[in-house]
Design a binder for this molecule. Structure first.
Ligand SMILES: [Zn+2]
Length: 137
């Protein structure tokens, strides 16, 4: 089989919301990867779930062969937005001893951000549900 034929083989992947399967082809289109936390990954395909219509991104690891993930883009954006901030805080966390005031300040900032991410993700999930209902009416 030639390289071209392999590329055209359809792939079957389950939606991260567990709402049905998607069959698609990766056709060599390059997408801009603006996700800070997925800098080592390449976007192979962006498409909407056939069943629930959410936007999905198929990522393949740039170095590790066959390592891929299917990401619910809007949901992932919520955590990616805080990537730099969280990374810095986690570095601060290791620099300070557990007894210090700074350590506790850093801890509460991390908790704050995690809560914000969780809240943003709930909003995305609610939005997706409303959107789906809207389509059924
Ligand atoms: Zn879906």
């Amino acid at each position: 089989m030639s390289q071209g034929e392999i590329v055209l083989l359809p792939r079957v992947r389950k939606c991260p919301r567990r709402e049905g399967f998607n069959v698609f082809r990766v056709n060599g289109v390059t997408y801009e990867n603006a996700f800070k936390s997925l800098a080592d990954w390449t976007i192979k395909k962006i498409f909407n779930c056939r069943k629930c219509k959410i936007e999905l991104g198929l990522f393949e690891h740039s170095d590790i062969e066959k390592k891929e993930k299917l990401v619910w883009i809007d949901l992932f954006k919520c955590e990616d937005y805080y990537y730099d901030q969280l990374k810095e805080l986690q570095i601060d966390e290791t620099k300070n001893t557990k007894q210090s005031k700074k350590y506790h300040k850093v801890q509460s900032e991390i908790t704050n951000i995690r809560n914000k991410i969780a809240l943003d993700q709930i909003k995305v999930k609610i939005k997706a549900k409303i959107k789906k209902k809207g389509m059924l009416i």
